[in-house]
Design a binder for this molecule. Sequence first.
Ligand SMILES: O=C(O)CCC(=O)C(=O)O
Ligand SMILES: [Mn+2]
Length: 216
Amino acid sequence: MSEKKESEANEYGAAPRSDLSLRGVQVFQGWLDGDEQSALVAALREVIRAAPLFSPMTPYGRPMRVRMTSAGRYGWYSDRKGYRYERSHPSGVAWPPIPPQVLRIWAGVTGLARMPDCCLVNFYDAKARMGMHQDRDETDYSYPVVSVSLGDDALFRVGNTTRGGKTESLWLKSGDVLVMGGEARLIYHGIDRVRPGSSTLLPNGGRINLTLRVVD
Ligand SMILES: O=C(O)CCC(=O)C(=O)O
Ligand SMILES: [Mn+2]
C-alpha cells in the first residue's frame, strides 16, 4: 500500500474519500499498483484452483457469459431456482478463504471492522458482458459493495436505483476499486464490454472482477 492510502484509511475508522464519484459510486482509480495487482492475481489463482470457475445458469435458463467462482463463507450462485448465496462450490467443496490481500482492500476503502462474507470472482473473456442489475441478494444494505478490476479495461455503466432512465459510463482499468454504498448501494450497474488486449496483467488476456459483499 502507498503512504497516501495508509494516511487516508483509518484502521477501523472513517473511510477515505475517493477523488471521483459517479452517481454516488465512489471510484478509487489506481488503488492497486502493478505489484499489488500481480500479487492479487497469484492469490486468485489459488482460489480458482480450489474452486474452479463455472458458468451459472440464469433463472431464465441461459448460461451466464461471465465465468465465476467465490471465496469466503458464502459464494454467489444462480440457477433456475434464482439468485442466492451457497455454502459450497457446485462440486461440493467449501469455498476457499478470502485472500488477505482482498480483505486489505475492503478495510482500506470502507474503514469497516466487519469483513465481507463473500468475494465473488468474475472472469470476463473478450466477449463477456454483464447486464444492468442491482446487487440485492444480501440481508443488510447498510454495508457497501466493493468491486475490484484486474486485467483488461471494462466499460462500466451506472443507472439509477430503479430500473431504466438515463445512464452514465466509465472505463474501469486494472487496479481500480469501486465502492457502492449509501444512496448508491442499490444502484443499477453493468459491464457493457471489455477492451481486449488493453492490459498485460493476465497472460492470456481477459478481465477479473472481484465483488466483495457482507451477506448476512
Ligand atoms: O464486473 C464488474 O465490474 C461488475 C460485477 C458485478 O456487478 C457483479 O458481479 O454483481
Ligand atoms: Mn453487481
